[in-house]
Design a protein. Structure first.
Lengths: 292, 379
């Protein structure tokens, strides 16, 4: 029983990170109808920058801030310099370009920061709390992870619901032509969407690295799990992304605990195929419009 | 090599050039076989001659590079047919190659002849391709890319999990077959060269590649190829014309997977090892780089792209080493260039090398002409 509870708790902690990552994918999908396969590599890049800062200042929080700021700039830059030039209605081209960014950024990270494993400090203790004399797998670091994801989610909801900028961003994503006619600077909104998404992705990168190891390809499985989580929740739904992320975390923790860690990617594939075959629009999508 | 392959690429434009024949164009048209199969067979023969010349005129190191290029070319050909002709993207071709390589590694020690093993490797991978393709046939664009990405990440885990049969992290040693006596005699008779193991494998690889290319070229020119293109260009129109989309997509994926499996089998005997680290996501993306750079849908482009995958890494690694980078760092320059090439080609020349050259060529040949003889004479 205790093992089951601990597996569940570990899963929720991991799931919070997948949720953040899925959220980043959903943000970009809503804004530009592109799945950003470079998200993981971008996050790995900013995490390395954060690691440099953490090592020189000794403060995890300064590192996090630097990662978030760099993510913001990197996301905006990628949208302006690369993604915008692909042009609309070029699904295949957009996928290929983000894949190119993925490989190029990952290789650049190994060239600049080295390919060896490096440990990333945790924001707080990694010892589990003890409840009634029994130590459970819930650590202060995990609470920070879950808290950070919750803050980001609420912040995004507030942004899209209650602010003018959020309304403009939604309008540009919904129909660029009409929004432009109504005076919304659509291009700037798309850049902002990418910047915000990259910020959330950077957060996920730092959170998953904390208290663990960093190497240039450490985000590879997170890309897959985050993508599966986003599809599980419906690529259009931020709330769905969070639920999907937590669900993926728990499922994969159960597979790790009871079957074997090597089969985790296979489990992710199985979940993805099941969702796509049974409910391709995701669990939380409102409309099932078929785009021709 | 560009000229002999040209007719395949321009097969569709043959009637137009026949309408206003210049002196040379008329001669070329008369000498060119009418039937598609005869034309492709002629090209395959020319390609075989080119391969023999290249392998006999170069040393063992180049021979082994050409052996490597042969399996990249087979896999890229399969991918270019899938993505270029049918519009399905796949990031799972590295994993499909792994299926072929592990099949070869399991069967070769049993004493089964190499060619039979390669055919079985293609067959087994085709079966996997039917399953993946059936799931993929409902997906489009980013969903398909994500699903095949998940497949590519999942397959190496299988090899690690079933480590008793598949060798785990260390991988599975693949015995490399020796050249048969008659083959060494034939090579000696032809060029007075000894047959090294690398040369034999390069011959095997390229023979398999030429057969695969011949089959793919015929398939692409056939009714099935036209149906694939129709589905790629407009699903709704294709459905209205009575085409059922799913079986068509599954067939394209299966054919493509069979090529990947064949390539994986050749990879197994050339590298002599099937290990999970050999089939990372970077392998799938470098195959994508090859077909995008060469030109999506063009078999000749796949050959060009696979040449990049073989000859670029040593070049940039040397460049990096001379710029003062460590070995590990310079080894990463190749993937960096792949990524940059993918981005630049899509942004600047989406047709790739073959597509861009062909567009230029069409623009020149269809421009108002004062001296058609002179222009066609240059071809």
């Amino acid at each position: 029983m205790l093992q089951f509870v601990n597996t569940l708790l570990t899963g929720l902690g991991q799931g919070a990170v997948y949720a953040a990552f899925a959220l980043a994918l959903v943000l970009i999908w809503r804004a530009t109808r592109v799945v950003n396969f470079a998200q993981g590599a971008m996050a790995a890049f900013t995490t390395y920058l954060a690691l440099l800062v953490v090592e020189s200042t000794g403060s995890w929080w300064v590192g996090l801030l630097v990662a978030l700021a760099c993510g913001l700039v990197l996301g905006a830059g990628v949208e302006r310099v690369v993604v915008r030039r692909v042009g609309p209605h070029n699904e295949l081209g957009a996928v290929i370009v983000t894949l190119g960014l993925f490989v190029a950024l990952q290789a650049l990270a190994s060239i600049l920061f080295g390919a060896q494993f490096r440990s990333f400090p945790a924001p707080a203790g990694l010892e589990g709390f003890s409840v009634g004399g029994v130590t459970v797998a819930l650590t202060p670091s995990m609470l920070i992870t879950i808290g950070a994801v919750a803050v980001v989610l609420l912040g995004l909801v507030a942004l899209f619901r209650f602010t003018d900028v959020g309304l403009r961003m939604r309008a540009s994503a919904f129909d660029g032509e009409v929004a432009r006619l109504l005076g919304v600077p659509v291009g700037r909104m798309l850049t902002l969407g990418w910047a915000l998404a990259a910020l959330v992705g950077s957060l996920a990168g730092v959170l998953i690295a904390s208290g663990s190891l960093v190497w240039p390809a450490y985000m590879d499985t997170v890309i897959v799990n985050g993508f599966v989580a986003a599809v599980l929740g419906g690529l259009d739904s931020p709330g769905g992304a969070v639920v999907g992320g937590l669900a993926m975390g728990v499922i994969l923790a159960l597979v790790t605990g009871y079957v074997g860690a090597d089969l985790v990617p296979l489990a992710a594939l199985a979940v993805l195929v099941a969702v796509l075959l049974v409910r391709p629009q995701g669990l939380f999508a409102r409309t099932a419009a078929r785009r021709v | 090599m560009a000229t002999p392959v040209r007719p395949t690429e321009k097969a569709g434009s043959a009637p137009r050039s026949g309408r206003e024949p210049g002196r040379w164009a008329g001669l070329a048209a008369r000498l060119r076989p009418r039937a598609t199969f005869a034309r492709h067979a002629l090209l395959a023969l020319v390609a075989l001659v080119v391969v023999v010349l290249l392998l006999e005129l170069t040393g063992p190191f180049r021979n082994s590079q050409f052996a490597t290029m042969s399996y990249y070319a087979i896999a890229a050909a399969g991918l270019t047919v899938l993505t270029g002709l049918n519009g399905q993207i796949s990031l799972g071709h590295g994993a499909l190659m792994a299926v072929g390589a592990y099949t070869a590694g399991l069967l070769l020690p049993a004493g089964i002849p190499l060619l039979v093993v390669l055919v079985i490797a293609a067959g087994v991978t085709a079966v996997v391709g039917v399953i993946v393709g059936a799931a993929a046939s409902r997906l489009k664009g980013p969903y398909l890319a994500g699903a095949t990405l998940a497949f590519a990440v999942a397959v190496p885990g299988l090899a690690i999990h079933f480590d008793e049969a598949l060798g785990g992290e260390q991988g599975l040693a693949v015995p490399s077959p020796r050249a048969p006596e008659w083959f060494a005699d034939a090579v000696y008779f032809l060029s007075a060269n000894e047959t090294s193991s690398a040369k034999y494998l390069a011959y095997v690889g390229w023979t398999v590649a030429i057969v695969a290319f011949l089959l793919l070229a015929n398939l692409a020119a056939s009714r099935i190829g036209r149906i694939w293109r129709a589905v790629r260009d407009d699903e709704v129109a294709a459905e209205l014309a009575g085409i059922r989309l799913s079986p068509v997509r599954v067939l394209a994926f299966t054919v493509s997977a069979a090529c990947a499996g064949l390539a994986g089998g050749v990879l197994g005997v050339v590298v002599r090892l099937a290990a999970p680290t050999g089939f990372t996501i970077v392998l799938s993306i470098s195959l994508l780089t090859a077909v995008v750079l060469g030109g999506l849908g063009s078999l000749f482009g796949a050959v060009l792209g696979s040449a990049l995958l073989v000859f670029l890494p040593p070049a940039v690694t040397n460049l990096g080493a001379s710029a003062g980078l460590s070995d590990v760092q310079s080894a990463q320059l190749a993937p960096f260039v792949y990524g940059a090439v993918l981005i630049l080609v899509i942004l600047l020349a989406p047709g790739g090398v073959v597509g861009t050259v062909r567009a230029r060529w069409h623009a020149r040949t269809t421009a108002p002409a004062e001296a058609p003889e002179e222009r066609t004479g240059r071809s």
